[in-house]
Write a protein that binds this ligand. Structure first.
Ligand SMILES: CC(C)(COP(=O)(O)OP(=O)(O)OC[C@H]1O[C@@H](n2cnc3c(N)ncnc32)[C@H](O)[C@@H]1OP(=O)(O)O)[C@@H](O)C(=O)NCCC(=O)NCCS
Length: 168
């Protein structure tokens, strides 16, 4: 946590963000998850951004929020339906400076405002402690096949308070 980051802003995803978000996705996997996944697993995970059209369709099909610093995307998170966090990726250059927390705070408020009582995530092993600190509880351990590799994650769930949609 060396230099401090100017306060990030949040905005909705635009189709023109796709290439930049694909870069953030790949960089976050390769540079932040190495303690938990080997190179072959990271490679298999990162394949999801290779087909940019498919990646863009996934981002557009969910409620995707982007954190920006000086108008440049530095991280993104997406809500699938009202009750599931699908993606959460922060660029390694700003990791550990509150960007992930800001994104998930916003998704929790949006989910609460849409009437969700709980929020779930299939958390990577890298993100388990991040989510645990925010009150998510491990429900189930999973092993998911991806391009010839098996990747472990943990389904975690948080009860949203009734006022989650209204609180700041
Ligand atoms: C997980 C991830 C999104 C966290 O983003 P971030 O911006 O670095 O997180 P923040 O700075 O907002 O951290 C918030 C809190 O979680 C903690 N935290 C973050 N990453 C952590 C980690 N890997 N292990 C333990 N604690 C972690 C921080 O120390 C901080 O704690 P504090 O509130 O006590 O200071 C980021 O590491 C990432 O992109 N990882 C790779 C991709 C990935 O695994 N995504 C999750 C898919 S479900």
């Amino acid at each position: 946590m060396g230099q401090s980051l100017p306060k990030p802003a949040l905005r909705p995803y635009l189709a023109s963000d796709t290439a930049m978000l694909a870069q953030i996705f790949v960089a976050a996997i390769h540079e932040l998850t190495g303690d938990d996944y080997n190179e072959a697993q990271q490679q298999a995970w990162a394949v999801a951004a290779e087909d940019e059209d498919a990646f863009g369709n996934r981002l557009a099909g969910e409620l995707t929020l982007i954190a920006t610093v000086q108008n440049s995307p530095v991280g993104f998170a997406s809500l699938r339906g009202n009750e599931t966090i699908d993606m959460l990726y922060v660029h390694p250059s700003v990791a550990g400076q509150g960007v992930g927390a800001m994104l998930v705070d916003a998704l929790e408020r949006l989910a609460g405002a849409r009437g969700a009582k709980t929020l779930s995530v299939d958390a990577s092993d890298t993100a388990i402690d991040f989510f645990r600190k925010r009150g998510y509880v491990a429900r189930q351990r999973n092993s998911v096949p991806r391009h010839g590799e098996w990747l472990a994650n943990t389904t975690m769930q948080k009860q949203l308070s009734p006022s989650a949609g209204a609180s700041s």
